[in-house]
Design a protein around this ligand. Sequence first.
Ligand SMILES: [Zn+2]
Length: 385
Amino acid sequence: MRRVLAKCIIILSLLFPVFLLSAEEKELTVPKGGNLSTLLRNEDIPSQQISEVTRALSDHYNLRHIYPNQKILIKTENEPDVRLMELRLSADFDEDIVVKYNGYAYESYPEKLTLRMVPIAAEGSIESSFYNDMAAAGVAGSKIMELFRIFSFDIDFQRDIRKGDKFKVLYYDFIKEDGTVAKHGPIVFAALKTNFTDVNLYGFVTDSNEYDYYSSEGKSVRKTLLKTPVANARISSTYGKRTNPIYGYESFHKGLDFAAPLNTPILASGSGTVELAGWFDIYGNCIILRHSNGYKTLYGHMNAYGKGIKKGVRVKQGQVIGYIGTTGMSTGPHLHYEVILNNVKINPASVKSPPERNLTKAEMERFEKRRAQIDELFENLKKKD
Ligand SMILES: [Zn+2]
């Protein structure tokens, strides 16, 4: 029987010489400081073929973009001579560039990959650290970093996170046909319940095609610092060099002055904790608020403090914290306002504040449907666990 089979193979091989060729498939890893040519040379590919292959590849791929640890798949045939038949590398999470030998030359083309989207739902509570417990619940590392960023508008990670705080996360993985993850998709839903706050964030694409996160009520989470902590005020002195209005010498004004009538309300420019509410040297009656991510704001020369404002109290963005005055070293009713980042006074006008965007009525209707779908998907996925 075996002899018959062997005979068949010999006959077939004579008819179809390809049968004798031994094809080999291999995954190569670009070494540090290495390039494609050296990589292929190490596989004993003749230099003529290497130059033809790289020329074909460069039609669709910038060879300078080849990076250490990049995976490159090759198919070679070793009989009668070494021939690189195919080379494939990933150009994007959903696209490969393929170089193929067509019998007389190399040609290259991009190939879209078929990806499956698989929802990943995770839930847990903080026991050791935000990062560790999220990772233990199955959240990918890059997604945890993304969560830090999107939560940072509402959560001060240095102070607000306590043992037992609860989190929920939902995102999609893009899975290749071979079962490996091509890419982790953006966070679709993230929730964090702490002693101080209950944050629920839903990813949503607006009519102008912008993807951003909104609270259950459809409010944008991007709220850094208000540009103007006093309504109807005019800037009477900007940040920078100026002649001191009291002593006449040239000095550097490390804040913004807002002139407004006595007792005009002053608003917290961001949510945070009152670090100081009291007399502070030249600033007179002064408030310092501590916000997340190293930001503090200072409000000077106030006539009076807002209701309930004292050290340690948490305030919401836009809450009235005090009233315009002229206490301390001041020439008239105004607010002296400073923004301090990591203990350095910065120009308040330079603080990047993404435009707060309210959803339109039509968007709001879409948002509410999407929120319900996301909630349902999350519950269903958790039931399956
Ligand atoms: Zn000032």
